[in-house]
Design a protein. Structure first.
Length: 82
């Protein structure tokens, strides 16, 4: 995960009390950097498939799996507010 835009969006959401989760192919951030940037978490395709070629080939399936991992967290964060 790179770029100022993602961190800027995260910080802006944080000012409104909205937790932000990043989904990326790969992240070079350490857990301390993730916290410092304000992200509630980072989910990467490379956690599921470290081979970049296979990760790109099966990106749709991997994104589905990442979504399945992220969903319980989102339900826990946003589900109680309804």
């Amino acid at each position: 995960m790179r770029g100022k835009a993602a961190i800027g969006v995260c910080r802006r959401a944080g000012t409104h009390g909205v937790p932000t989760f990043a989904v990326a192919g790969v992240s070079a951030l350490t857990p301390a950097e993730v916290n410092a940037a304000g992200f509630a978490g980072v989910y990467t395709l490379s956690d599921l498939e470290p081979d970049p070629v296979r990760s790109m080939r099966y990106a749709a399936e991997l994104l589905t799996k990442v979504g399945e991992r992220l969903a319980p967290t989102l339900i826990g964060v946003f589900g109680s507010s309804r």
